[in-house]
Design a protein around this ligand. Structure first.
Ligand code: ZN
Length: 217
């Protein structure tokens, strides 16, 4: 476990005590066994254990934050930002944004603003794909999850830009409304060489490179 990481999870008072023990060890020239008094050794061991436990708890919190509420431990779902439609991975900041906060930015996250800035008309299928119930005319991610009383999942970057002072500015840099309305691939059927009808599932049949090539942006 990285010592630096462990320390960041500790209160300042404990960090100071740990630093003091380290200083004592260093002051004695060596970290050799027996260079500290028994009391100092005990303090050091206790504080190190606390640091490890805190770091472990923080790591578990990250691992479990994708757990779907109301299910058993094995059901997980990745978090997606409601504004930019990007996955919020690993230790990236995960925040929540309420319906009211989102609605305050109705104008800058709207289909109208998108079309105005990009100078092109959005296909109705794309508009439909990014429509969230309760947010007419806005471009939001249908993959974002919503927790009652807490709001929609939102990445740190977008959340920083979703404050009242940015309400009249242009859409957040990587938001769907700022030119990233890519939509989804429809499920198709086709007739193969043997004359049989087959399903074409983009999730399985298209790799990421092909999807990027198909994407209008
Ligand atoms: Zn975002």
């Amino acid at each position: 476990m990285c010592r630096k990481m462990a320390r960041t999870a500790m209160p300042e008072e404990q960090r100071a005590r740990l630093r003091e023990v380290d200083r004592l060890r260093n002051a004695r020239g060596l970290r050799a066994e027996g260079s500290l008094t028994q009391d100092e050794e005990d303090t050091h061991d206790i504080l190190t254990n606390i640091a490890i436990q805190r770091a472990r708890a923080a790591a578990l919190e990250y691992l479990h934050r994708t757990q779907v509420e109301g299910n058993d431990d094995s059901v997980h779902q990745a978090h997606v930002c409601v504004v930019c439609d990007c996955f919020i991975l690993g230790t990236e900041i995960l925040t929540r944004i309420t319906k009211q906060q989102l609605q305050e930015h109705k104008e800058r996250l709207s289909v109208t603003k998108y079309e105005e800035f990009q100078g092109k008309h959005l296909h109705p299928n794309v508009v439909r794909y990014y429509h969230l119930r309760g947010f007419p005319g806005m471009l939001l991610s249908p993959r974002a999850n919503h927790v009652e009383g807490k709001g929609y999942s939102c990445c740190g970057t977008c959340k920083n830009s979703m404050t009242p002072r940015y309400r009249d500015k242009k859409a957040p840099r990587f938001s769907i409304a700022n030119g990233f309305a890519i939509g989804d691939f429809p499920k198709l059927q086709y007739v193969n060489d043997n004359g049989e009808i087959q399903d074409f599932d983009p999730e399985i049949d298209l790799n990421e490179v092909m999807r990027a090539l198909f994407s209008p942006t």
